[in-house]
Ligand binder design. Structure first.
Ligand code: SF4
Ligand code: SF4
Length: 422
């Protein structure tokens, strides 16, 4: 099994992450926990997880760029056994993910999850930031934007309410603070709650040449292209601009929303664009209800309905199917009800283009699940508490008690897909 891992893993660059064994007993509990769940992915490759239908991807967020949080999340979910960590296509973010992975592997030596970078070919919900000028906000605003933000990306300094104008001075203070850009991942929840319509949406498209350079790093394994699927002109342009860099990849994912009756046609067009230079496995990310998994149980319904339709479409192009967008702790149960959880197709879903695939004779109909907002929420609670006590730059491996708690939280989610003995 170790040999198989070595064949499928890239050699990571040297990382010099010092693990502080402040509490050996608690850290030992983390090691024992990780070993006790019988993590199958420790001894198998990510592509095998897709074939079995127990692939799990952590989505850090295509626009989320808080490197401290990203490093801590990557560490925790590596210990929980995810197959892939998906992050913004930004050099410092990629480094943070890899540092988290290597710090985890210093605690328990396990297989390195793949690192995926996410880009877009056109305007897309995942590639935007909120922006406003706090000095332009009424000082007596009750700040609903701050309360609704799931990423704690809107912060104000000092008092802003009527207290300011009712104080000893009759000159009201202006608000200070605003959007913490690197933490905003574009969920959009703050836009409709502002009573004064002060919040703007700033969209962007990742630069293709920067992406191509990132792909050539030896610590990037996979690429995800977000596309609307409505037309393929922009996808074609991006694919052309990426040039030979795609030959460095182990997996190429295309993330698209449910386009109704035209979805199979769109997928076929996209696949025909990729096919001449596709030298690795490919995956379709079924983006049900984007960035909503933390909102409530029902948020996952759209991604399950999307999977049901695609699984029934026998004329879909080659590629693994993976759910995203609203996925949460209810997703596996929903797939089970539809008979799609780790159900074998009896045929190879990955087409003829795979080099890394071991070409087993049957694959799971649904390769796995990607978790974003919900995964970040359950571990984020632990991270916030740790940072409150130890500062915003706290590295979780230096605090074994929160580390144990965070890994337990992560395992409750990852375990629904991977570890049936939990
Ligand atoms: S778009 Fe979402 S993450 Fe960004 S500031 Fe608004 S609520 Fe927060
Ligand atoms: S809700 Fe609107 S006006 Fe109020 S603080 Fe937030 S951005 Fe400013």
């Amino acid at each position: 099994m170790a040999l198989r891992f070595l064949c499928n893993a890239k050699i990571s660059p040297p990382h010099h992450v010092k693990v502080n064994l402040r509490s050996k007993k608690c850290l030992q509990n983390v090691k024992n926990l990780v070993k006790s769940v019988g993590v199958p992915s420790i001894s198998s490759s990510p592509i095998e997880s897709l074939q079995r239908g127990n692939w799990v991807k952590l989505i850090c967020g295509a626009s989320f760029e808080d490197v401290v949080d990203i490093r801590n999340l990557s560490l925790v979910y590596t210990l929980a056994g995810v197959d892939c960590i998906d992050c913004a296509a930004d050099a410092s973010v990629v480094s943070a993910v890899n540092e988290g992975i290597e710090a985890a592997r210093e605690i328990v030596y396990l297989r390195r999850p793949w690192v995926m970078i996410s880009v877009n070919d056109d305007k897309d919900l995942h590639f935007r930031k909120a922006e406003f000028d706090p000095e332009d906000c009424p000082v007596d605003c009750s700040r609903p934007c701050e309360n609704v933000c799931p990423a704690n990306a809107i912060l104000f300094k000092g008092k802003s309410t009527l207290e300011a104008s009712h104080g000893t001075t009759d000159k009201p203070r202006v608000l200070k603070g605003g959007v913490v850009t690197e933490r905003c991942y574009g969920c959009g929840r703050c836009f409709p709650v502002c009573p004064y319509d002060k919040i703007r949406e700033v969209t962007y498209v990742r630069d293709a040449s920067t992406t191509a350079d990132l792909i050539k790093r030896n610590d990037v394994d996979a690429l995800e292209i977000h596309t609307s699927g409505r037309q393929t002109t922009f996808f074609n342009e991006l694919w052309d601009a990426l040039g030979d860099s795609v030959g460095y990849l182990r997996l190429i994912a295309v993330s698209l929303p449910d386009g109704g009756n035209s979805i199979i046609t769109s997928m076929k067009e996209i696949f025909s664009i990729m096919k001449p230079r596709l030298r690795c496995s490919n995956l379709w990310q079924l983006d049900g209800r984007p960035m909503s998994g933390d909102i409530g149980r029902g948020a996952t319904k759209a991604s399950i309905a999307f999977a049901v339709r695609l699984a029934a479409a026998e004329d879909r192009p080659p590629g693994f199917l993976q759910l995203a967008g609203g996925t949460n702790a209810q997703t596996v149960d929903g797939l089970k009800k539809e008979g799609l959880f780790q159900t074998s197709t009896g045929k190879n879903l990955n087409g003829e283009s795979s080099r890394t695939c071991s070409h087993s004779s049957s694959h799971a109909l649904v390769g796995g699940i990607a978790y974003g907002g919900y995964a970040r929420k359950i571990v984020g609670r632990v991270l916030r508490s740790m940072q409150f006590k130890h500062g915003g730059a706290a590295l979780i491996e230096e605090y074994p008690e929160p580390l144990l708690e965070a890994v337990q939280e992560a395992l409750t989610l990852v375990g629904t897909v991977k570890y049936h003995n939990l």
